[in-house]
Design a protein around this ligand. Sequence first.
Ligand SMILES: Nc1ncnc2c1ncn2[C@@H]1O[C@H](COP(=O)(O)OP(=O)(O)OP(=O)(O)O)[C@@H](O)[C@H]1O
Length: 372
Amino acid sequence: MTDLSDLTYVVGARRDSAGIRFEHVSHRYRSAQGDVDALIDIDFEIAAGEIFGIIGRSGAGKSTLVRTINRLEKPGAGRVLLNATDLSQLGERALAQARRRIGMIFQHFNLLSSSTVAENIGLPLRIAGIPAAQIKSKVDSLLELVGLSDKRDVYPARLSGGQKQRVGIARALVHDPEVLLCDEATSALDPETTESILQLLRDINRRLGLTVVLITHEMEVIRSACDRVAVMERGRIVEIGEVWRVFGSPQADATRALLQTVTHDLPPAFREQIGSARRSPKDALLLEVLVDGQGGSDPDLVALVGALSEPEIRLVHGVIEQVQGRAQGRLVLAVPGSRETTLNVGAWTALPGWRGQRVRHLGYLNAGAQHA
Ligand SMILES: Nc1ncnc2c1ncn2[C@@H]1O[C@H](COP(=O)(O)OP(=O)(O)OP(=O)(O)O)[C@@H](O)[C@H]1O
């Protein structure tokens, strides 16, 4: 008979959320095709109550890492602690109990097509032997939480992708977990639906205080939802930190490659006009001002205005956006050939207003093309 003593039946019954500690975790898959080192000496901590993103290219080791949290994967070396508990030390019964502290949602929702929304959500409770009346009340409150009260008796085939994922989220929350693992939970959804699911996850994180671990290969998802992020590459964590810091000044090549999808590149037609060398005295020098967020929520434009008040310097491209309440982006200035020698970029950027803004030479804007 299942021990029901620690199950709670009220949505929002806030448990203390759990922190997760990886201690020198390594894992090797052995197969006929050869061994794969999926995790190599992973050592870091996810704080209780944070939304933590894990990003990396396909095969980087993200799923394997997350599966060590609920011991779907047993690491070959090292330990994973859930709120100081080492799940590897638990017997079968205690492990089953501990796994209830960890909910999980998946890319393809994993719903039973022959069961209604309410039946899908209540399934883990039925398996645990909870009385029907308690299941009903729990399912009703979860349906309300995820905004699907009107879909109670509908079958999954009649739901949109976003609605299916809401059912998945409700089902993952039936045991009031302390941790919610999300494995590419928005990868099958369009951008608008993705944003609504991320909004729901943020809301649940805040209201229930639960730790959310989110795997994705989409930087956009990390930017929109996470507090901190770890970037994985070939089994290792190559970069870790607050999202705005990692986005503002990525250190690892893997991070820079992933960020290409969200950094607003120069329009192709404009890029075609840029050369690496001056071809005519009239060619303008292009300076790119990178705003990395160190300066806070508002980029200090005093310095930039100072630059623009230099005669003939033009602002030719610019994007600034907020990441975790910090301004990030870039601006491109064109300095005419006649001014290049007298312009003292070093003197501008030494001014206090340039904190968090770096300037680099982008190339030369072809004078002929400018007037084309
Ligand atoms: N059961 C397995 N047997 C052998 N190799 C495996 C197994 N599962 C994963 N791998 C390999 O381990 C490495 C890490 O896989 P993992 O699924 O953790 O990566 P991932 O970053 O989650 O990738 P994706 O984004 O494609 O899901 C890959 O090289 C993969 O091929």
